[in-house]
Design a protein around this ligand. Structure first.
Ligand code: DAH
Length: 347
């Protein structure tokens, strides 16, 4: 019996040592300790051992079984480790410096924003910022956009709840509702309330509208706003500035045109179209790019400027739209997905 057990153990040891795959291990295990396994067959022979020898033989068999089990456990552990090592790939030294990921690059919206600000700084404008959480006053009332105007509709605007938490108390929001600004025009009011003319500001930033996202809409996008207030400002100044801005941004063959429109805060008001046939993706002859006009006297009165003395122009436009034209991007959603394959193209 002792010899048979030893032979079996030696055979198992050699066989297990050669195994590398889990399936082969399972098959080998079955050959020894499975229902029809060689070791199981030996155990079954215990019944035929004379009674007085049974304790001694039983001890031998139990010892052999424990050793076999140890061999099986060791083989399984070795196979498991090999599997993990295969998943991890070649060994690395984690203390070495990381491979160079290359330089980062600016987001296309940042590039267009900075370029617009640079162009406008050259024309004497300074860059200011305003808050994204606004009140109805800055976003609508002071911009001569009355309470029944569709732009104020809850369908278009994200309003904050009427009750808000201040620290750990919930209070009714004072007089007017808070909202996420629907345009950067609110910065015009904040700027005028802060000081006296002349004013020459440009204000880029995020705006929010209840839009369902598709190739040309996003509930959160970016605008750039301009305000110029001085004596004797005319539509010609406005047109000249926009011509200069677009020629600088998109190339000197870019043309602009005004179409009469309505905005509460400007009178007259226009939509601005541009034509830039040299740009690859601009296949329509005229593309609408933003709104503008001469600051409405009612807006000046609201901020305490005398409309008989002061005149001005304002314009606003979407930065995504500009970037899409400039770089030939056909889906607004690319801007927000942070897909490196997209972003790397602007390095
Ligand atoms: N606020 C307008 C919009 O979001 C754009 C605009 C129009 C801005 C006319 C202006 C302006 O400053 O004068 O569509």
């Amino acid at each position: 019996m002792q010899d048979t057990l030893n032979a079996l153990l030696a055979q198992a040891r050699t066989e297990l040592a050669a195994l590398t795959a889990r399936a082969d291990f399972e098959a080998a295990k079955a050959r020894y300790v499975g229902p029809n396994g060689a070791f199981t067959a030996l155990m079954k022979q215990m019944g035929t051992v004379p009674k007085e020898q049974r304790p001694a033989v039983g001890k031998l068999v139990n010892e052999a079984k424990a050793r076999l089990q140890a061999e099986l456990d060791a083989a399984l552990a070795r196979i498991g480790e090999a599997e993990i090592a295969a998943q991890l790939g070649p060994a690395i030294d984690p203390t070495l410096p990381s491979p160079d990921a290359g330089p980062g690059s600016y987001h296309p919206l940042t590039l267009v924003r900075e370029e617009m600000c640079r162009i406008l700084r050259k024309a004497g404008f300074s860059v200011v910022e305003g808050p994204e959480v606004e009140t109805e006053y800055y976003c609508f009332d002071a911009l001569n956009t009355p309470a029944d105007h569709p732009a104020r509709d809850a369908q278009d605007t994200f309003y904050f709840p009427e009750r808000a938490r201040f620290g750990n108390v919930t209070k009714k929001v004072p007089d007017e509702r808070y909202l996420l600004r629907t345009h950067t025009s609110s910065v015009q009011i904040r700027t005028m309330l802060k000081g006296e003319p002349p004013i020459r500001i440009v204000s880029p930033g995020r705006v929010y509208r209840r839009d369902t996202s598709d190739a040309t809409h996003s509930a959160n996008f970016h605008q750039i706003e301009c305000l110029y207030v001085d004596r004797d400002v005319t539509v010609r100044d406005l047109k000249a500035l926009l011509d200069y801005v677009f020629a600088s941004l998109l190339g000197k063959d870019t043309k602009t045109r005004f179409r009469p429109h309505y905005f509460g805060y400007t009178e007259p008001s226009f939509e601005v179209d541009l034509s830039a046939q040299h740009l690859p993706k601009v296949n329509k002859e005229w593309i609408e790019i933003g709104g503008c006009g001469m600051v409405d006297p009612a807006v000046f009165e609201g901020v305490g400027y005398d409309p008989a003395v002061w005149s001005g122009y304002a314009f606003g436009m979407g930065l995504e739209r500009l970037a899409m034209l400039l770089y030939g991007i056909d889906d607004i959603r690319y801007f927000y997905q942070n897909d490196l394959r997209f972003l790397r193209q602007f390095a």
